[in-house]
Design a protein around this ligand. Structure first.
Ligand SMILES: [Zn+2]
Length: 71
C-alpha cells in the first residue's frame, strides 16, 4: 500500500481546454486539397511556417489546380 499518490495523476487526463466551436476542414471544390481549417467564423490557414487566423468570408485560389474557392 505504498502507492497512495497514484490517484492524483489520473485527474490530469480529464482536464481539457474548452473548445466551443468544432474544427471543420475547408477543401478545394475541384481537387479536394486542404485549404484551411474553419473554427466557427474564423479560418485557420497554415502556409509553410506561417499561421493565419482570418475572419470569414474568405476567398482563396487553390494551389493545386487554381480553382477559386470561397467559404
Ligand atoms: Zn484544387
Amino acid at each position: 500500500m505504498a502507492y497512495s499518490f497514484t490517484s492524483q495523476s489520473s485527474q490530469r487526463a480529464t482536464v481539457r481546454p474548452p473548445s466551443a466551436v468544432q474544427a471543420v476542414e475547408w477543401r478545394c471544390a475541384e481537387c479536394d486539397k486542404l485549404l484551411g481549417v474553419r473554427h466557427g467564423a474564423r479560418l485557420h490557414i497554415r502556409l509553410q511556417r506561417h499561421n493565419y487566423l482570418v475572419s470569414l468570408p474568405v476567398e482563396a485560389t487553390c494551389y493545386g489546380c487554381g480553382t477559386p474557392n470561397r467559404t
